[in-house]
Design a protein around this ligand. Structure first.
Ligand SMILES: Cc1cc2nc3c(=O)[nH]c(=O)nc-3n(C[C@H](O)[C@H](O)[C@H](O)COP(=O)(O)OP(=O)(O)OC[C@H]3O[C@@H](n4cnc5c(N)ncnc54)[C@H](O)[C@@H]3O)c2cc1C
Length: 394
């Protein structure tokens, strides 16, 4: 059986970026994705300047930015419209030298797939396990296929099979919140172009941003709601919109208008889980990347951005270090503290966003109005301004 070089399990954003970066580093690479096809998922994604810096290093920043819309400002509101803070995102972008971009997840996937070209990504390939064999690793799939690789990268998301085989005791934790996400094309811009709106209500947070123009010239808007819910809860069939409205009725416009304009089929509900930082990410020729290693709560919009950073660092280490097992351990040593730091910042920033008690919310809102926006922006600066390809500590 011929060796396939680096075998990547999972063709999500992390796996596809890793394939591009590794190939640019001169390595042979193949991606095995469980899904039978890439379907256009109606969800948006914020790519902060740190992710755009990675795309610039891959020569893809122009294509990625061109597929979405850039933001300059984040305006944080109380649910009824009172402005709590205005964050100058463009200052961070200038510091990093890259924009912050909102785009459809599926558009990003298409940019990455086009870059990879045919024959790299194998669809309908659900990994079931692996075992280390001699100098390499044998990977097994649900359809009976087996593949031999020099290294194995588990980029297979929150419920990673590769991670389960390495560390069976690790379980994702439920954050106590679920998310609803919608994408809708509307005739008017609804919020100023270049702005992202966030609204804090009792225990819940709503976000709105532009994803650019649709092919028909209308405005493509992305919204999300995070709210407390029991793990595994479901909406009644056809009931996503009603469930969201149940949380945001009476909130400032255009919240209700956006939700009402979104077709039921364009609303996704996803529970938010995260992983406690893992003490190790791999063994021998096997490592993890993206959510499989460091799934985090979504409050800083950094989960995919960190997977993209992982991809660049993995490729850099494998290019520079001839001993691939040392390279993998070197990659993990670089990425574990950085991702644990961002996961911790995300958890902390979530803890002030979802306050329920009226007194606590009153205090938070007062503080947010009083604090200079540069202080409120500080956690984002830590996330976005870090030189992940350099040698500085996180
Ligand atoms: C509501 C919400 C909003 C978010 N917003 C943002 C945001 O704005 N910005 C941001 O940076 N991040 C955001 N995130 C986080 C982001 O979605 C994840 O961090 C990112 O998708 C992780 O990428 P990944 O490639 O590691 O994993 P995934 O995207 O989960 O991809 C894993 C892939 O592996 C495949 N797979 C799984 N098991 C197997 C198997 N056994 N064999 C083969 N293939 C397999 C899956 O089909 C999938 O394609 C958000 C997350 C949520 C839930």
């Amino acid at each position: 059986m011929p060796s396939r070089g680096v075998v990547i399990i999972g063709g999500g954003i992390g796996g596809l970026c890793a394939a591009i970066a590794l190939r640019q580093a001169g390595l042979e690479v193949s991606v095995y994705e469980r899904a039978e096809a890439y379907r256009p998922v109606g969800a948006g994604l914020s790519l902060w300047s740190n992710a755009m810096r990675a795309f610039a290093a891959l020569g893809l920043a122009g294509k990625v930015a061109g597929a979405g819309a850039s933001w300059r400002e984040m305006v944080i509101h109380r649910w009824d419209g009172q402005v709590l803070s205005r964050l100058a995102v463009d200052v961070l972008c200038r510091e990093v030298g890259q924009p912050t971009v909102g785009l459809l997840r599926s558009e990003l996937q298409q940019v990455l797939l086009r870059e990879l070209g045919p024959d790299v990504v194998h669809l309908g390939a659900a990994c079931t396990g692996f075992h280390v064999e001699g100098e390499g690793v044998r990977v097994t799939f649900a359809d009976g296929r087996q593949v031999l690789g020099d290294c194995l990268v588990g980029a297979d998301g929150l419920h990673s099979v590769v991670r389960q085989r390495l560390f069976s005791e690790v379980r994702p934790r439920y954050s106590g919140r679920t998310s609803w996400r919608g994408v809708v094309d509307v005739a008017s811009e609804l919020i100023p172009e270049g702005s992202q709106f966030e609204l804090y209500g009792p225990g819940a947070r709503f976000g709105i941003c532009h994803l650019g123009r649709s092919p028909e010239g209308t405005w493509r808007m992305y919204w999300f709601l995070l709210a407390p819910a029991p793990e595994g809860g479901q909406d009644a069939p056809g009931g996503h919109q009603e469930a969201v409205l149940g949380h945001v009725r009476g909130w400032m416009e255009p919240v209700e208008a956006l939700v009402r304009a979104t077709p039921e089929s364009a609303i996704l509900r996803t529970d938010i889980h995260y992983l406690a930082p893992l003490p190790r990410w791999g063994e021998g020729p096997v490592t993890l990347l993206g959510d499989s290693a460091h799934a985090m709560v979504t409050d800083m919009g950094q989960g995919a951005c960190q997977a993209i950073e992982d991809a660049l660092v993995l490729a850099k280490l494998l290019r520079e270090e001839p001993d691939r097992i040392r390279a993998l351990r070197g990659y993990e040593a670089r990425r574990r503290p950085r991702t644990a730091h961002i996961a911790e910042l995300s958890l902390r920033s979530g803890s002030i966003r979802y306050l329920r008690s009226p007194v606590a919310r009153w205090g938070r809102d007062l503080l947010m109005r009083a604090l200079p926006p540069s202080v409120v922006l500080h956690p984002l600066r830590l996330a976005v301004g870090y030189d992940f390809l350099g040698s500085k500590e996180p």
